[in-house]
Design a protein around this ligand. Structure first.
Ligand SMILES: Nc1ncnc2c1ncn2[C@@H]1O[C@H](COP(=O)(O)OP(=O)(O)OP(=O)(O)O)[C@@H](O)[C@H]1O
Ligand SMILES: [Mg+2]
Length: 201
């Protein structure tokens, strides 16, 4: 069963394919139209804009805070009751060093504000902070997907692994379209990583 969507697709793998195609096209537009120049790095408002832009052709909930509790691989993301407060706190977190920025990214992942598409939109949001604050971005082609996912699963408890992985992949090619696009590669959804799919509680 697929998530309810504007395309009227009912099969989950058909939806995953279309979703990937459309969100990549939209991510490219976001880059080409220099829409990041208008966003405030590190604020939820910019993540909301990114998410809305990527997914508005696909989901009614694009850019909207989720209305259900979510868990993945046994981890429960921020309970709905505390989600808005969590987002306000994250907005205020410092972001002047690499470590602070990753700590902020980890907190935003724990918040997981949207029903779907948090990974892709939050990786773009992270790159915008890194670019603005330290003049570097993550070259996602240097990040092994399995290592990344394991480190993200671990990150609510200990963030040392994700810091290590992302630090090793930093590049000063901040305006490269190829480097940017790698961040929205999305291949877990329909390759059998069932445990990583979101479950509504
Ligand atoms: N068990 C977990 N604990 C903490 N964070 C997790 C866990 N599983 C996945 N994540 C994080 O959630 C993200 C996936 O969230 P979501 O499915 O909403 O986004 P997506 O854009 O569809 O996925 P992807 O990141 O695979 O492209 C992953 O990128 C990872 O950062
Ligand atoms: Mg997903």
């Amino acid at each position: 069963m697929a998530l309810e969507n504007k395309l009227g697709i009912e099969d989950a793998s058909d939806l995953a394919r279309e979703e990937e195609r459309i969100s990549k096209k939209k991510a490219m537009e976001l880059f080409e139209n220099r829409l990041f120049d208008k966003m405030e790095a590190g604020k939820f408002s910019s993540l909301k804009t990114i998410h809305k832009y990527l997914f508005e052709e696909i989901y009614d909930f694009a850019g909207e805070i989720r209305k259900v509790n979510l868990s993945k691989g046994g981890f429960r993301f921020a309970p709905l009751m505390y989600l808005e407060a969590a987002l306000e706190n994250i907005d205020k977190m410092p972001q002047s060093t690499f470590d602070e920025i990753i700590e902020k990214y980890v907190e935003m992942n724990i918040a997981h504000p949207f029903r779907e598409g948090n990974g892709r939109s939050t990786r773009i949001w992270l790159d915008l902070i890194l670019k603005t604050e330290i003049g570097r971005v993550v070259d996602w082609s240097k990040v092994d997907k399995e290592d990344y996912l394991l480190a993200m699963e671990r990150s609510p408890i200990k963030d040392i692994e994700i810091k290590h992985i992302l630090k090793a992949a930093l590049t000063d090619e901040v305006d490269s379209r190829e480097v940017y696009m790698k961040g929205i590669d999305h291949s877990y959804y329909y390759e059998g990583y069932v445990t990583f799919k979101a479950e509504e509680l």
